[in-house]
Design a protein around this ligand. Structure first.
Ligand code: ADE
Ligand code: ZN
Length: 358
């Protein structure tokens, strides 16, 4: 069941808003970010600053040269550069600085709640202790609540190109810091690494009371989405855009209001779609799916959440104020916040649009 109802008064308000006002409304409306890899928020300027602080030599001469290398042909070509960028993260302060920089941007973008993915194996495999990673990120999350008024939480992701044993080892190593993360996810190279590979790890995570999500149907086939649901019992599907190839799957996702954390600019940069004008977000919403817009790896894909929204709406004129409201509403519904908090954010969103149209 959706948490929000489009009352006649709200529908009238949304329909009264002209398209010319959409860019400003998209940027100022309250919303949640549910698919953001914190390592993917590492801007080239911060990569160079941390490299200097830590005495790391980068294979790029300048910020501009690094940015120029951000021309991707698929997910793997991006991941190679993304993991190289993360090599400058060594100390707790580096993880804090990275997360704090993102959370300040989130506050400026009217993101009231953010659930942040982090990839411990990217760091522990380089010899960085997992507590250094988690403590640095958790300190930024805690400070965001008190100083920025942004509610934030961490989701630990397993790298699916690594083994089941490595995922179990990472879970074990993270458990002393269990209070600092609310769930687990599954990311990295999708093709050839189906969700089934991690069925037992996810079962253990669910036993521990952790939320579970998984990337599926980004580059991988609809069968991977079925596996994420049936074998991992995933509570959200990250990306999921390939579900439209399987009508029975779409029905299942719509009936269960399974959230899809869609990332339009990412999909263009990684060549999942040729252009934003050809993105299937309108079709996902028309099918009644609980989709919302997210930024994935904004430092690499050309924009944070507001940029994703503004560019996507500009490219797809069938998206209007009703869809803006729906996407933000879906983002709250799909979050792992408690029901009272979701209801407060939803009321804020409804008031925002009623006031805008008054
Ligand atoms: N890690 C960071 N971004 C990712 C993406 N879009 N897909 C899979 N793994 C990722
Ligand atoms: Zn992702």
């Amino acid at each position: 069941m959706a948490i929000a109802t489009l009352t006649p008064a709200l529908a009238a308000a949304l329909d009264a808003l002209p398209a010319s006002r959409l860019p400003a409304l998209l940027c100022t409306m309250p919303k949640a970010e549910l698919h953001l890899h914190i390592e993917g928020s590492l801007e080239p300027e911060l990569i160079f600053r941390l490299a200097e602080r830590n005495g790391v030599t980068l294979p790029y001469a300048s910020v501009e040269a690094l940015r120029a290398a951000y021309a991707f042909t698929d997910l793997q070509s991006f991941l190679d550069i993304y993991y190289a960028g993360a090599s400058v993260l060594l100390q707790e302060a580096d993880f804090f600085d990275m997360a704090w920089a993102y959370l300040e941007k989130a506050a400026a973008e009217n993101i009231v709640h953010a659930e942040l993915f982090f990839d411990p194996q990217t760091h522990t495999d380089r010899g960085v202790p997992i507590d250094v990673v988690i403590r640095g990120l958790a300190r930024a999350v805690e400070r965001a609540r008190t100083e920025l008024g942004v509610s934030a939480a961490l989701i630990l992701c397993f790298l699916r190109h690594l083994s089941e044993a490595a995922a179990f080892g990472t879970l074990e190593a993270a458990l002393p810091w269990r209070e600092h993360f609310i769930g687990v996810g599954l990311d990295s190279s999708e093709l050839g690494h189906p969700p089934s590979k991690f069925e037992r790890v996810f079962a253990r995570c669910r036993e521990l009371g952790l939320h579970v999500v998984a990337h599926a149907g980004e580059e991988g086939p609809p069968a991977y989405i079925h596996e994420a649901l049936d074998l991992l019992h995933s509570e959200r599907i990250d990306h999921g855009v390939r579900c439209l190839e399987d009508p029975a799957l779409v029905q299942r996702l719509a009936a269960s209001r399974m959230p899809l954390t869609v990332c339009p600019l990412s999909n263009i940069k990684l060549c999942v779609f040729d252009s934003l004008a050809g993105h299937n977000l309108p079709a996902l919403l028309d099918a009644g799916l609980c989709a919302m817009v997210n930024s994935d790896d904004p430092a690499y894909f050309g924009g944070y959440l507001n940029q994703n929204l503004v560019e996507t709406f500009a490219a797809l004129p069938q998206l209007g104020a009703r869809q803006a409201w729906q996407l933000a509403s879906n983002s709250f519904e799909a979050s792992f916040a408690d029901a009272a908090e979701k209801a407060r954010w939803q009321a804020r969103l409804d008031t925002f649009f009623l006031t805008a149209a008054a």
